[in-house]
Write a protein that binds this ligand. Structure first.
Ligand code: HPA
Length: 232
């Protein structure tokens, strides 16, 4: 048992899928895994282990934002020996050609968080995806007719920005979309030498103001989860 996860040693698989929403973790476990059991209910941050195509996989909610998610990443890696963390989440598009329901592989994650500029004083660290997971995700998508985009994303510390036009600078420098966890995930995965990838589904667009319906979110979530389950 760690501070925020009550699983016993050995109850969590080496590969963990991590949505922000704990109820999404429950939905993924119940929809895609067999022989599922729930190993965590502390703070309602549900975690499950089950079997997918004969392999043990866990699914764990991370909460929203880098500080919450990094607590779970840290404990999964250091207390439970997790080796592959695949974030499955939603993101807001920053580009005209990144449309609702598109799937984005985060090759790198810029951030407005202070986690790395307080670590690397007067220098910029570039948190990046694990290349094997990225390549496997790209190959799996291609082989299964799932369209993906890949590039730099922004992990923002605030969902409600003071300046709604602030996204345009990031967009100009090629950032594809905004979410709130990937940069923390890639940083801690590098620190402890484990593999990480964030796969994102576009749920809204800062360019057009459009949003997906909950039905649309569910169906596009399926393809993203399918990629995540097949790459580690
Ligand atoms: N901002 C931050 N995170 C998000 C967004 C957004 O607009 N959409 C989905 N996740």
């Amino acid at each position: 048992m760690s501070i925020h996860i009550e699983a016993k040693k050995g109850e969590i698989a080496e590969t963990v899928l991590m949505p922000g929403d704990p109820l999404r973790a429950q939905w993924i476990a119940e929809t895609f895994l067999e022989n599922v059991f729930c190993y965590n209910k502390i703070r309602g941050m549900l975690g499950y282990t089950g079997i997918y195509k004969g392999k043990r996989i866990s699914v764990q909610g991370s909460g929203m934002g880098i500080p919450s998610a990094m607590i779970y990443y840290h404990e999964l890696i250091n207390e439970y020996g997790v080796k592959n963390i695949i974030r499955v989440g939603t993101a807001g598009s920053y580009q005209k050609d990144i449309k609702l329901r598109d799937i984005v592989l985060a090759m790198a994650a810029s951030t407005t968080s202070g986690i790395n500029n307080s670590r690397f004083i007067n220098a910029d660290y570039s948190p990046t995806a694990n290349f094997d997971l990225l390549l496997n995700a790209s190959n799996y998508a291609k082989q299964n007719g799932i369209k993906i985009k890949a590039g730099n994303v922004l992990s923002a510390d605030e969902f409600y920005d003071d300046n709604p036009a602030a996204y345009k600078l990031w967009a100009k420098y090629g950032v594809l979309c905004v979410e709130m966890e990937a940069s923390g995930l890639y940083t801690i995965a590098a620190k402890y030498n484990v593999r990480a990838l964030a796969i994102l589904t576009i749920s809204d667009s800062l360019v057009t103001g459009e949003q997906t319906s909950s039905y649309e979110r569910e169906t596009s979530f399926n393809e993203m989860v399918e990629i995540a389950l097949n790459i580690a």
